[in-house]
Design a protein. Structure first.
Length: 162
């Protein structure tokens, strides 16, 4: 647990969700993040881009720890929806999003075949590179290629059954 806590602290130091954060670790009894001695539950209650970044950092830490410590069994697939959610648009917020995507890219480059990252985001990755593939989704192409769209005529409603 101490190794995982140290790795999480390093991840948070890299992502820098907020300049005032001094420490991050993992609670050995709940296995959840603790940032500046504030529990995960209390952090979650605050919400916002900083908490989203801490959540992403926690997930990335678990993923990397599992890859580098074969005796730790965690999935090698990470799906993240909107890693820049509630991040804002000022320069600090944009820099945080850039650092997050740099971390995704580094993870993919270092551990490529050992890991799969699926990141859903409304905007393009701020760090384009060979490590990222891109699938554009819209009404005409709402799913991963090869999956047929059922269209509005196949919409199922509970009232249709009565």
């Amino acid at each position: 647990m101490s190794d995982l806590g140290r790795d999480f602290n390093t991840m948070i130091s890299h992502l820098r969700p907020a300049p005032w954060i001094q420490s991050a670790t993992i609670d050995p009894s709940s296995y959840l993040p603790v940032v500046d001695n504030v529990s995960f539950e209390s952090l979650q209650a605050d919400g916002g881009g900083i908490v989203t970044c801490i959540n992403v950092g926690y997930s990335l830490s678990l993923l990397e720890f599992g890859i580098t410590h074969r005796d730790v069994r965690v999935p090698s697939l990470l799906i993240i929806d909107s890693p820049r959610k509630a991040a804002g648009s000022n320069l600090d917020d944009q820099a945080r999003g850039h650092r997050t995507y740099q971390r995704f890219q580094k993870l993919a480059e270092v551990h490529g075949p050992q890991v799969q990252l699926i990141i859903a985001d409304n905007d393009s990755a701020p760090t384009p590179g060979a490590a990222f593939g891109k699938i554009e989704l819209d009404y005409d192409n709402p799913l991963v290629p090869g999956v047929a769209h059922p269209g509005p005529e196949h919409t199922h409603r509970a009232e249709d059954e009565s």
